[in-house]
Design a protein. Structure first.
Length: 326
């Protein structure tokens, strides 16, 4: 009896040792989550992704790798996300251009903005401002409008490219102010802003993150902000509505999407992690000091917001006859 007990104890010990060894043995590496950014590094979209990715990764307990895939007005990156496996390992930044402007401007797109994505949640929005160079004669928006109406087509305004949010905001401004201002597209907002500062361009709409330094250093002047209320970062600058353009509102915004048909539980899990990250006071401060307003939203809220933006901007783009080829 005693020998039997000892044999059983020894067998149990060996079994436990074997189980422990198997438990400690590393398994196959876990696949990281790929976060596709459809623009080049160091831009606003890239900054938002790289600020949020580590916090979301901690919430999920998984690794997130930011993958920049720029090109063709965000079409290349958006298409990559749309065609990825819907297993939660590929997500992507999608902005107003990707989801609201491109569908109205391109006769043919390699993705369907309404059907090819799972909407996870909002990331942030960036208020637009109208800036001029330091040598521009107009000291305020009213004077700028007088100049524009006096000589139709004489004033020039830059943008980060045809069909970009900055271009579409300009077209909305021209439509509402009944002015004819010549559009000059650039490859990115930085060179356009440099030419406004240098006097080669008269003006441009631009979002705050890439322009705050130039504004604070006096290289450009802000005539008005395209928001319903004045901005905390620029409290002395009037809104466009204050200067006669009632209802004018312009933001660049971004959200997080995945491929269509992602499991609802996966979408909900990603949204919870994203929402927790956006609620963190330190991260909110980092975003806000760059001119980015956190934009938390549930999956259904973000999907509804996108549909509303598609209707709003689609009508404007068709009225302005902005057409592009992919």
């Amino acid at each position: 009896m005693k020998r039997t007990t000892l044999r059983l104890l020894a067998a149990s010990a060996l079994t436990a040792t074997g189980l422990a060894a198997r438990a400690q043995r590393p398994g196959p590496p876990q696949q990281p989550i790929r976060w596709v950014v459809p623009y080049a590094p160091d831009g606003t979209t890239d900054q938002i992704a790289r600020l949020l990715a580590p916090r979301i990764a901690r919430e999920l307990g998984e690794e997130i790798v930011v993958d920049n895939r720029p090109g063709a007005a965000s079409i290349l990156g958006a298409t990559f996300v749309a065609r990825a496996a819907a297993d939660g390992h590929t997500i992507g930044s999608a902005d107003s251009g990707t989801l609201a402007f491109n569908p109205a401007m391109y006769a043919s797109l390699s993705y369907d903005a309404e059907k090819d994505f799972s909407f996870i949640g909002g990331l942030g929005r960036m208020p637009l401002v109208l800036v001029v160079g330091p040598r521009q004669a107009a000291r305020n928006l009213r004077e700028f409008l007088v100049l524009a109406r006096r000589s139709p087509g004489a004033l020039s305004a830059g943008s980060s490219g045809p069909g970009a949010p900055l271009h579409v905001a300009l077209e909305l401004f021209k439509q509402q102010s009944r002015t004819d201002i010549r559009h000059v597209p650039y490859k990115g907002s930085a060179p356009a802003l440099a030419d406004v500062a240098g006097g080669q361009l008269d003006a441009m709409f631009i979002d705050l993150p890439p322009s705050l330094a130039a504004i604070r250093n006096g290289k450009v002047r802000v005539l008005a902000v395209a928001t319903p209320q004045r901005l905390a970062l620029l409290p002395e600058v009037p809104t466009l509505a204050e200067t006669g353009l009632a209802g004018f509102e312009g933001y660049a915004w971004q959200g997080l999407v995945g491929p269509a048909r992602m499991p609802e539980l996966t979408v909900a899990r990603l949204n919870r992690a994203l929402s927790a990250a956006l609620r963190a006071p330190e991260l909110r401060a980092q975003l806000e000091e760059r001119g980015i307003e956190p934009m938390p939203a549930s999956p259904s809220e973000f999907a509804r917001f996108v549909r509303e933006e598609q209707k709003r901007w689609g009508a404007l783009i068709r009225a302005a006859d902005i057409r592009l080829e992919s």
